[in-house]
Design a protein around this ligand. Sequence first.
Ligand SMILES: Nc1ncnc2c1ncn2[C@@H]1O[C@H](COP(=O)(O)OP(=O)(O)OP(=O)(O)O)[C@@H](O)[C@H]1O
Ligand code: SF4
Ligand SMILES: [Mg+2]
Length: 347
Amino acid sequence: MTTTAPQTDIATQSPAAPADGGQPLLSVQDVHTWFELRKWGFGHAGYVRAVDGVSFDLEAGHTIAIVGESGCGKSSLMKTILGLHRPIKGDVVFQGRSLSGLDRGGRRWYHSQVGYVQQDPFGALPPFMPVKRILEEPLIVNGVRERAERERRVREVMEEVRLLPVGDFLNKFPHQLSGGQQQRVVIARAMILRPKLIVADEPVSMLDASVRVEILRLMEALQEAHRIAVIYITHDLSTVRYFSQRIFVMYAGNLVEQAEVDELLSNPQHPYTQALLAAIPDPEPENAHIYRDVPPGEPPSLVNPPRGCRFHPRCPHFMPGVCDVEMPPDFETRPGHKVKCWLYQEE
Ligand SMILES: Nc1ncnc2c1ncn2[C@@H]1O[C@H](COP(=O)(O)OP(=O)(O)OP(=O)(O)O)[C@@H](O)[C@H]1O
Ligand code: SF4
Ligand SMILES: [Mg+2]
């Protein structure tokens, strides 16, 4: 594969980046990511409203988790933040620059600032490239011309992710590595340009249980050492303490509750969050046989979502004539704790 080296090493200089000026690192502004459904012969058949009005800010060096059941829109939101999906409404702004306004050079700059750790490490790695080449590639694309400098940075990041001894791994291909080692390569690739933000989408869900904690601890250590902002996406609330200062709970395309991690885990207020927490398996081995189910009922259709609160068909506190009429706004029940639920409307 040939790559044209740009004139500057944007991995280290990022010349187009504005100063912080007190603004958040990332601002997700009323993002709607819908996918068009097409019927054979009949044309347009509606939209999958995967992300339907999501807003939040993320400060430099801060960490958040986005949790929710399968299909609630977590990956669609993450791909919109990465610039892989274009929202039909709303905007993603990074260091004051709207993604929709970035030209080719701007997109290359953005991708040098934001690292991506995927769910499936094997699928994420090119099968016919050795580790050394996989890790060199972002440096080449971003104009690091000196071979010795690239090798130094490759070795440095491999030491950081504990692919040791480095010499044993440089020339291995992805299929010659274990799942945990493959994910270390994916993390190294995400880190090598020293990004300001890492987006990790279910980074351990496809790994053996025995290596999950190792990988989460590694990511936590890297986040702390480099003060990188992290968006950690998971369906597993039991792992959020590893990196999250703040948790956002997502349901059917919306953020339904958000709070600092201790506040949310000790005082969940949305009935959906309460059900999610009740579904966390008991860590005590003697209780491991107790099967805890996900919240009862099925997640709703994202093509024709329920009117009003989208959780109302499953909610034990459903109030007819209230919950099925209008979508609740965010009610701030304590400073920084917001809940999208009519139970918290003040009289
Ligand atoms: N490219 C696409 N085209 C059409 N529909 C899509 C596309 N990507 C996602 N969807 C739909 O959008 C909805 C949300 O999917 P998404 O992958 O974002 O959920 P998720 O929360 O990441 O789920 P999981 O936990 O299983 O990864 C689903 O109904 C999915 O089928
Ligand atoms: S708004 Fe109503 S249906 Fe929705 S979570 Fe609150 S009580 Fe339940
Ligand atoms: Mg997903």
